[in-house]
Write a protein that binds this ligand. Structure first.
Ligand SMILES: C[S@@+](CC[C@H](N)C(=O)[O-])C[C@H]1O[C@@H](n2cnc3c(N)ncnc32)[C@H](O)[C@@H]1O
Length: 218
């Protein structure tokens, strides 16, 4: 098994992936060749995001978890004219690579990196500001960040959360989960239950990549 779906289905879907151009393509190739181990969204997640963003036409996007800015640069292609992306990252190595990539892509006016822990930064951001929030950071934190994500989204905005099925383990009984993973397992289940039962959100959980949750703010 790879991630959630069977290998042959994932392989087939990935073969349909339309590679992006320029630096985004270079990043994909460097990872595929094993030259880099940067954590970026899976190709099928990238394709799914492109469709969602084309439909949503966001002007302001917030991302939690920049890494090397692959997804931020990909999302920037789907912003409304004059739009911005604010992206949060706490790991100095990633910050260095992300800044270099954003500069090389000429996107310094479009993508703003905020350095630090999202646990501190989210609280400082103004309410109902974002059309899309892409949450792609430490999975055990999703449930803690959710109240701020809901506050920061404007009505009609979309929260997209990646890796919510944690290689399918979320669907298994906690007794089958390695003890070290049980806290993440419990927190992810809490997050998924909360978004699917929230009066403020309409949510759907999809087995795309490592699992994506889509939540529309009513
Ligand atoms: C899966 S990677 C993000 C990938 C990126 N969105 C992409 O697809 O190109 C997750 C990133 O989130 C960062 N991160 C995790 N928890 C964080 C937190 N609490 N605050 C800020 N950054 C965090 C990690 O350092 C890591 O670089």
């Amino acid at each position: 098994m790879s991630e959630i779906n069977y290998d042959y289905i994932v392989q087939y879907i990935r073969a349909l992936h339309n590679p992006p151009e320029g630096l985004l393509h270079d990043i994909e190739v460097a990872i595929a060749n094993g030259e880099e181990t940067w954590p970026i969204i899976k190709p099928e997640v990238a394709d799914f995001m492109r469709v969602l963003l084309t439909m949503q036409k966001p002007k302001e996007i917030l991302e939690i978890g920049t890494a090397v800015a692959y997804s931020a640069m990909l999302m920037s292609e789907h912003l409304e004219e004059g739009g911005h992306i604010t992206t949060i990252e706490r790991f100095p190595y990633m910050l260095g690579v992300a800044r270099k990539n954003i500069k090389q892509a000429g996107l310094e006016e479009v993508i703003q990196i905020i350095e630090g822990d999202a646990a501190d930064i989210l609280k400082t951001l103004p309410s109902e500001q974002y059309d899309v929030i892409f949450m792609d950071c430490a999975k055990g934190q999703y449930i803690n960040f959710l109240p701020d994500c809901i506050r920061l989204l404007r009505k009609g905005g979309l929260l997209i959360t990646d890796n919510v099925l944690h290689k399918g383990t979320v669907a298994k009984s906690r007794y089958l989960i390695d003890r070290r993973q049980r806290t993440t397992h419990m927190r992810l289940r809490d997050f998924l239950w909360t978004i699917t039962h929230s009066e403020e959100l309409t949510s759907s959980v999809l087995p795309v990549g490592d699992g994506i949750a889509l939540s529309y703010k009513k």
